[in-house]
Design a protein around this ligand. Structure first.
Ligand code: GAL
Length: 386
């Protein structure tokens, strides 16, 4: 009997050390390192966002392939699941790009920054993303929408659009409306999509009034009252638009504001803490990092105030500090469940020469009155919030 018990004990000890050796249970975030999923494969969900639903976190992001080829979409939107934020299980491709060359989401389109929200009224999961049509560079500047019955999909692609066609923003000026008369002079003209003095002089808002506003880098945000918002880089990337979604989250409701006019914000992320709204964005320099930006507002419709660069410290892996956001670019603000007022700012370190090797940086947001800071940490865990 004792022998049998000892044999069981030996087996149990052996079993535990094998799983410890396998190193599957992660208990910290290791910034800039490879983040292995349950199969030991680096998580492939770039430009991502996270949905919490029924006790599970779902991390959606761009599935990238090797090399520069990975800068366009070959596979689709990858989804991973976790209950603790450290350990992620590969749940497959939530939205597949299409083999049909006639599809707007055909292989080699640009499908970026997917975000998923759950609609309590319809029971559907709704995904929006930045869509550029195959072979057209970044000129299309459209928003794609897809829907699913389950958080891991499969998502069905519905359509793409440019938001708010035929609608003026709440904070439109008379001069912007009057500019409708002059937009013909912009026919055939192209603009760089990066900071320059020429674009702001042009009536871009009026030019796109009839057909809908340009929409590139984006995020989604659901407020406590269930209203959802689409925040995106518009007007040749010069100005952000914050636009209310319809009750089913599948279209735009026809109310929006322009934010930070001609300030060239990209990579927007948004959260609400203690009744106040907080935003992290980047400047507009493509895949190359720049200084993070921050903003706050007492109401989602503003007034929004820009804050100083929230970053502190240096990432020793690349020597980059606040002026380059540790080498990263914002993608999402993640509310941590079960912790009071706890938020994680998520960043991508892009590797455009080998897109699949892009790295993740997550940092806790530390709030102090009407500002917050993001201090570099090589490694940290959720204990910081207690
Ligand atoms: C960045 C943007 C990325 C991607 C990239 C392409 O500014 O944040 O999502 O669009 O440009 O150059």
């Amino acid at each position: 009997m004792t022998m049998l018990r000892n044999a069981f004990l030996a087996l149990w000890v052996l079993g535990s050390s094998v799983s410890a050796l396998a190193g599957t249970a992660r208990t910290a975030f290791v910034n800039g390192a490879l983040w292995p999923d349950n199969n030991g494969v680096h998580i492939n969900a770039h430009g991502g966002g996270i949905l919490f639903h029924d006790g599970v976190y779902y991390w959606y992001g761009e599935h990238k392939v090797e090399g520069q080829a990975g800068n366009v979409a070959h596979v689709g939107v990858h989804v991973y699941t976790s209950r603790d934020l450290y350990n992620w299980t590969d749940a497959g491709i939530a939205l597949k790009v299409s083999d049909d060359p006639a599809s707007e989401i055909t292989k080699e389109c640009v499908l970026e920054r997917p975000k998923v929200i759950f609609n309590r009224k319809t029971g559907k999961f709704v995904m929006w993303f930045h869509l550029e049509l195959k072979g057209q560079g970044y000129n299309a500047a459209r928003s794609g929408v897809a829907v699913a019955d389950a958080p891991t999909g499969p998502f069905t692609y519905l359509r793409s659009l440019r938001p708010d066609a035929g609608v003026w923003p709440d904070n439109v000026t008379d001069a912007q409306k009057a500019a409708l008369q002059t937009v013909d002079q912009l026919k055939g003209r192209t603009f760089s999509g990066g900071p320059n003095a020429e674009t702001p002089k042009q009536p871009i808002l009026a030019r796109d009034f009839a057909g809908g506003q340009m929409a590139r880098d984006m995020t989604l945000f659901v407020d406590d009252d269930g209203q959802a918002y689409h925040l995106f880089a518009s007007e040749e990337n010069s100005t952000l638009h914050l636009s209310l979604l319809s009750d089913d989250y599948l279209s735009h409701a026809g109310r929006y504001i322009r934010l930070f006019e001609h300030r060239w914000h990209e990579a927007p992320a948004l959260c609400k803490r203690q009744g106040r709204y907080w935003m992290i964005t980047s400047g507009c320099t493509g895949w190359a990092p720049n200084a993070a930006r921050a903003a706050t507002a007492p109401s989602i419709w503003g007034p929004w105030t820009e804050l100083d660069n929230p970053c502190r410290g240096v990432n020793p892996q690349n020597g980059q500090g606040p002026e380059k956001t540790f080498g990263g670019q914002s993608t999402f603000i993640l509310p941590v469940q079960g912790k009071k007022d706890a938020f994680i700012a998520m960043f991508d370190i892009w590797r455009p020469d080998n897109a699949i090797d892009g790295r993740t940086v997550w940092l806790p947001m530390r709030f102090e009155g009407e500002r917050f800071t993001l201090t570099w940490a090589d490694t940290w865990d959720l204990g910081v919030f207690e």
